[in-house]
Write a protein that binds this ligand. Structure first.
Ligand code: SAM
Length: 248
């Protein structure tokens, strides 16, 4: 298992401060409405620190949330405890998902699918999710687009200095494998000194057509794609693309 979302988990929310998670959840709820679904049971994969999980968990909505990172789950659990939300958090690799029960909606938000590097693993996951959906159920996920990983992030270095926390984020895109390698170095102030920690992430860039055919192989009958946070078709420079997949 490569070094991902370990110490990073404890600063993740700080670095995601400018992400509009409220708007994200509003958009998801609009998708549910358009699909005619009022979910009672939601499964969220790659839930991270629970930024989408927590607002989705309401009095009449039961949420189960899965992530591979123990540290991300610890942060999520703490937040759930503080908010008094009763959510079942499960530490699992979604490429080897073992679950019970059926869900009205399955979700995988903010690049979770990009972290799966092998097409076979994706088909296995899609088949399992298909089995775990109720008859009218939907699977919704988003990806960072091929354009974003190859043209925007690829071969670029980003950084930020927040005073007590600084990071460097170096990216390399391999056109042969379609994999973006990300080297992250963090410097976190601890009293008078900065502690450095590093992570190595890999994300795969997928074309919409590739994912659509893998979803059909997984059993999904219809797939709609949207330019992120809108209901328009994606275009050449869409950076985030949403997939809404119907079981039947
Ligand atoms: C960019 S974060 C997104 C977290 C959260 N969905 C959000 O919107 O903030 C990606 C998450 O995917 C998780 N992840 C990556 N590979 C995974 C796998 N094979 N199984 C489960 N979770 C995985 C990581 O641990 C991380 O929490």
């Amino acid at each position: 298992m490569i070094n991902q979302y370990n110490d990073f988990a404890y600063v993740y929310d700080r670095l995601m401060e400018d992400v509009d998670y409220k708007g994200w959840v509003v958009y998801l709820k609009e998708i549910f409405k358009r699909e005619g679904i009022e979910p009672k049971k939601i499964l969220e994969l790659a839930c991270g620190t629970g930024n989408i999980t927590l607002p989705l968990s309401e009095e009449k909505v039961e949420v189960m949330a899965v992530d591979i990172s123990q540290e991300m789950l610890m942060v999520a659990k703490d937040k759930a405890l503080t908010l008094g939300k009763d959510i079942l958090f499960v530490e699992q690799d979604m490429t080897q998902l073992e679950l019970e029960g059926k869900f009205d909606v399955s979700l995988c938000m903010c690049d979770g699918i990009n972290y799966i590097l092998e097409e076979e693993e994706l088909v296995t996951l899609f088949k399992k999710l298909h089995q775990h959906l109720t008859e009218e159920g939907i699977f919704v996920f988003d990806i960072s687009s091929y354009y974003k990983l190859s043209e925007i992030l690829g071969e670029n270095t980003y950084g930020e200095n927040q005073g007590d926390l600084c990071y460097l984020w170096e990216n390399y895109f391999d056109e042969e494998t379609n994999i973006l390698e990300m080297n992250l170095a963090f410097f976190l102030q601890e009293e008078q000194l900065y502690r450095k920690f590093e992570e190595y992430h890999q994300q795969r860039a997928y074309h919409i057509t590739e994912l659509k055919s893998l979803l059909l192989m997984g059993g999904f009958k219809s797939v709609s794609v949207y330019d992120g946070f809108k209901f328009d078709l994606p275009h050449q420079e869409s950076e985030r693309i949403f997939f809404v997949c119907r079981k039947d």
